[in-house]
Design a protein around this ligand. Sequence first.
Ligand SMILES: [Zn+2]
Length: 371
Amino acid sequence: MTQRRRQTRNSIYHYLYETREFCSKQSLARDLRLSLPTVYQHLTELMEEGLVHYSGEQQSTGGRKAMGLEIVADARYAIGVSVTETRLRFVAADLRLGEMAYRKVHHPSVAEMENFGDFLTRELERFIDDNALDRDRLLGVGIALPAVIAPDESRRITLAPTLHLRDVELQRLMGTIPYPLYIENDATSGGYAEWFTHWQGRDIAYLLLETGVGGAILVNGGQYRGVNHRSGEFGHMCVEPGGLPCKCGKRGCLEAYCSPSRVSDDLGISLKEFFDGLERHVPEYETLWYDLLRHLAIGVNNIRMALDCDVVLGGFLTEFLPPYMPLLKEYVAAGNTFEPSADYLHLSNLRRHTVPLGVALHFIKEFLETI
Ligand SMILES: [Zn+2]
């Protein structure tokens, strides 16, 4: 295929991918300034490959009925896996990042499992089989880890405090997965999914509030990674010198103050139980929660000061945050030298399975670029 032909094919597919409204051959040709025969030829090919189909909708255009066109979202899919200390989360995502299947698997602590890689490989195959997913359509498997992954070809994890791992080979965790494989930091994956689905064209700092607190910086249409692939490690910014001990070995980190573990696992209760108690004004819960919010505000402020962009909060703690956003914004605004309000602070739009979806997105994006 010539370069130009490929570009035309790509622009037709992308047009259909991005258009949510009715789209016909005629409107395609008009908006992309292509001749009808050219559009027809490419569409025939894309349809034969099962990538585009008629939507079934019809619209009258000057007396003639026109058929609607759309991409086939599940023509290909990718699997995203999120690894945490004791849980695996599998998601199969279609080309529009729609969820086709999901499963959560509990397991012993990763650091204590001799053959975690084999376990992961086995569970992955089981996930594919149980959901009757077609291996021929699988673009690849993305794995998100709460870890700093070395930027070179050494295929090592530099540090993963919440997994209790330091300087280990990725191979030990990955086993022998027989599909194209991509490995990424969990917060980077979450931020990428949020940015791709809701913030394209804008710069954001994403702060992931999960057991491990992390983040990602999405600027100029992509991730800012940093020299050591450690950009956006907001969880280990110091927000209280000499403060609470952090899993990384230091004291006073944002993670030590704002990890959801602090108000659930550490108290031996679920997050829901904590927030129910908070509504009933249990004094210890209130003290703890306002302390968490104050330190979160310091973290948000520091991010805003350094990057001067929208700050988006993600992760499973955010499910419980909406009633407390006005107060959090008040704390944030009070600490800011330049701005009287914190309108730049948002809760993520994607609420479920953001991390595994984000790491699956790697393969979807690659497919969209090369189609
Ligand atoms: Zn730390």
